[in-house]
Design a protein around this ligand. Structure first.
Ligand SMILES: NC(=O)c1ccc[n+]([C@@H]2O[C@H](COP(=O)([O-])OP(=O)(O)OC[C@H]3O[C@@H](n4cnc5c(N)ncnc54)[C@H](OP(=O)(O)O)[C@@H]3O)[C@@H](O)[C@H]2O)c1
Length: 276
């Protein structure tokens, strides 16, 4: 691989994005590390990254980051890792329109806006990689994850279409589907749950007490892997001449992929209700 290929990553403050920034740099890539908060950008700069603020909820922030990426890459961005996102827990009937919209603003609309603004550089170069960090929950729906499920299902649909439309351009789209990964995802989801869901007024108030305990727990759920499991898939998607369309990461992702193929839907519902 060429040591000078430039990759932009969103959501580098923690978890998978932070690990990916380090791992890609170690593999010789020129990493453009972006994060939502200024203090995280400063921290990344202290770690000698080219770093810049990028808030997916804000079109002006996206536009500024795109100009910065054009300058930093000399107009030759090789890849975009769309990683920044969050999970909004809560039963579908407890989601307000605003809360559902906010989930889509970050996980889908901002990601889409950034992608289409960076794509022309890749198309002009005749090569490029768009790598989407989706989820096991991008193809398997689980209870109380409706907002996140919907945003990641939508991301997968949009990415599948984009892949078809980019045929022949030299730009490949890959989707990574991690199951449980060690990161700040759960604590960030806890904040969104407390902020946005009326727990006591809900039909699910009893269940929510259990859910809160789960979100507050620092114990890993079964089969949790470190962020390096996602980074391995990311590196393959960057380096394989013809990258895979989907990368399934963690045992639960593989398991639910096969269960979804093999089980009748009502039987699968029973399993999903139990693990959700
Ligand atoms: N951890 C898992 O079990 C798991 C499983 C499947 C898929 N994923 C996916 O993996 C990706 C990374 O998550 P993670 O596990 O590493 O969790 P994380 O530690 O919470 O990291 C999420 C990153 O996304 C950023 N982000 C949130 N809202 C943003 C916005 N409006 N604009 C820009 N960045 C924003 C966060 O920034 P702040 O620090 O500013 O909030 C943070 O840098 C996500 O796409 C997630 O859906 C995670």
């Amino acid at each position: 691989m060429s040591p000078s290929k430039t990759v932009l990553i969103t959501g580098c403050s923690s978890g998978i994005g932070y690990h990916a920034a380090h791992a890609l740099r170690d593999h010789g890539y020129h990493v453009l590390a972006t994060a939502r908060k200024q203090r995280d950008v400063l921290r990344l700069k202290e770690e000698a990254f080219a770093a810049y603020p990028l808030d997916l909820d804000d079109s002006a922030s996206i536009a500024r980051a795109v100009m910065w990426a054009q300058e930093k890459s000399g107009g030759r961005l090789y890849a975009l890792f769309n990683n920044g996102a969050y999970g909004q827990p809560g039963a579908v009937e407890d989601l307000s329109r605003e809360v559902l919209r906010a989930q889509f603003e970050t996980n889908l609309f901002g990601t889409h806006e950034l992608t289409v603004k960076l794509l022309p550089m890749m198309i002009a170069a005749g090569e490029g990689r768009i790598i989407q960090n989706s989820s096991l929950l991008g193809f398997a729906a689980m209870p109380y994850r409706g907002a996140y499920n919907a945003s990641k299902f939508a991301l997968e649909g949009l990415s599948d279409t984009l892949r078809l439309e980019l045929e022949g351009t030299g730009v490949y789209v890959s989707i990574i589907e991690p199951g449980p990964i060690r990161s700040r995802f759960r604590s960030n989801a806890l904040k969104k749950f407390l902020e946005n869901i009326d727990r006591n007024g809900s039909r699910f108030s009893k269940f929510y007490e259990k859910k809160l305990a789960q979100l507050r727990s620092s114990e890993d759920v079964l089969f949790t892997l470190g962020p390096e499991a996602v980074t391995a898939a990311l590196l393959d998607a960057l380096e394989r001449p013809k990258p895979k369309v989907r990368y399934r990461v963690t045992l639960p992702t593989h398991l639910f992929y096969w269960l979804k193929k093999c089980l009748p839907e009502r039987v699968l519902d029973g399993v999903l209700r139990r693990v959700g």
